[in-house]
Design a protein around this ligand. Structure first.
Ligand SMILES: Nc1ncnc2c1ncn2[C@@H]1O[C@H](COP(=O)(O)OP(=O)(O)O)[C@@H](O)[C@H]1O
Ligand SMILES: [Mg+2]
Length: 234
């Protein structure tokens, strides 16, 4: 059997101030080149799970449990070493794309900075790649949009930009936290379906849309009130 690319054991997340538990004993594993769909009602803990995997929860939260990526040693969710996975190993498409950008910088500049920080590219090459990526996610007038500020783009357009950045890093594991807004859903699901058919990456795909999950996922993990109610191995 393949070594899992990601193995999460007994992840617990609680609020530091009140000790209120938000995620309870979440365990799952994800094999390379597979897609795990995560589904659950609003507030069931899907976004917390995504952010915990990338050490993106701040000191308002306390996390327990372990995570193992590829053949590395398991790390605790309190371990700042988790940070090293961000980017080329694990990329996140955040649920709320507005929060992913600095409102004072054009989106193209932010894309170039991210691509240069993670890939050995010169700024000119990174700009060409950024525009090609924006075309790949079918952002209209990609070259012109490059100099726009985040506030000049709709939520759906910003969602495409966050997807473009994540694709550009070609991560081993892509975490997509509800990457489909109402407007862009069908096209974005199609884009992920193409990625799946090329077997390009391992995917953790969060959605409340059963149709999207059915189309993309090999296995489904259902969350309810911070617990996995239907654990899956794939
Ligand atoms: N910063 C926070 N402070 C307090 N509670 C939070 C915070 N972030 C998330 N929560 C709580 O954690 C639970 C899970 O949230 P979340 O992971 O965003 O759910 P989902 O993505 O499934 O809609 C919810 O009950 C939410 O209220
Ligand atoms: Mg969410």
């Amino acid at each position: 059997m393949n070594t899992p690319l990601l193995q999460v054991e007994h992840l617990e997340v609680a609020l530091a101030q009140t000790s209120r538990a938000l995620l309870h004993d979440v365990s799952f594993s994800l094999a390379p080149h597979r897609c795990l769909g995560v589904i659950g009602e609003s507030g069931s803990g899907k976004s917390l799970l995504c952010r915990a995997l990338l050490w993106l929860l701040n000191t308002a939260f306390v996390c327990r449990g372990t995570m193992r990526f590829a053949d590395d040693e398991p790390l605790g969710f309190h371990d700042a070493a988790l940070r090293r996975y961000r980017g080329r190993d694990i990329s996140l498409i955040p649920q709320h794309p507005m929060t992913a950008f600095d409102p004072l910088q054009p989106i193209g500049k932010q894309m170039v900075e991210t691509l240069c920080a993670h890939l050995a590219l010169r700024p000119r090459e990174a700009k060409d790649k950024a525009i090609a990526l924006l075309q790949q996610v079918r952002l209209e007038n990609a070259a012109k949009r490059f100099d726009d500020y985040p506030a000049q783009l709709s939520g759906g357009m910003l969602q495409r930009v966050t997807i473009a950045i994540a694709l550009g890093l070609s991560p081993l594991l892509l975490i997509a936290d509800e990457p489909t807004s109402a407007v862009t859903q069908a096209e974005i699901v199609q884009l992920f379906a193409e990625l799946r058919s090329r077997n390009a990456m391992t995917l953790l795909f969060v959605s409340h849309d059963l149709g999207a999950i059915q189309r993309l996922a090999d296995r489904v993990m259902v969350m309810h009130q911070g617990r996995v109610v239907k654990p899956m191995r794939c």
